[in-house]
Write a protein that binds this ligand. Sequence first.
Ligand SMILES: [Fe+2]
Length: 249
Amino acid sequence: MKILKPRNKTPQIQLNNIVDFHSHILFDIDDGPTTIEKSLKILDSEKQQNVSDILLTSHFYADTDDVNKFINIRQDRYEKLCAANQTGINLHLAAEVYLCRDLTLLSSVKDLCISGTDRILLEIPHEKEINSHILNLINQVASNYNVIPVIAHIDRYFDYIKYYRDVIDELIDLGCELQLNASALLERKTLKEARRLLENGCISYIGSDTHNTHKRKCNIAEGYSVIIDEFGKDVAEYLNMNAMKVLNK
Ligand SMILES: [Fe+2]
């Protein structure tokens, strides 16, 4: 994977009160940090990047996880992390919910939605095309539970989208919103497509999808720096405000 050269040795933080819309910071619940100490290190990194609010989007798999068990574990980790958090960053409970047939069979997804809202962060299976079966499942989730699907890390499907561009319109026509990972703006192989979607106003939210402080570290300020360089500060502020609005701020 080719990484673009950083524009500055120490990237300037150009945006205040950033919302990180996608993260794995709660400890001992998914493939994020295993201990609270590691969680706190990620929070420190987010703080250095002027992040004020973070959506904690731990993975949830309806085909293997029990909702109540997940909610209880998540609540326990959340309370412990909030008690130890000294950064002043506001932490919001959410989940990254894997799209599968079992997800359409739950009695409710209310507790999986983003921080008491009617939006749900959905993870489309990586190995699959965004075909009519996937679109049908998304539609079922949206209509069964009366929620707005937010498609997590749309950049992960760029190899498919490059050849089937209509799929973006199909997702938007279904009422979906799209979340882009900041890393897509920092890698040569994804920058072009990320730029195209931003130009066309298809992206609603930016997230880091951070899991740790090394291989999948928080890089949201660097991502926003690229947006500011390419499209101007107004566009970056508009995207961040979109995320703030979801949190009623
Ligand atoms: Fe994620």
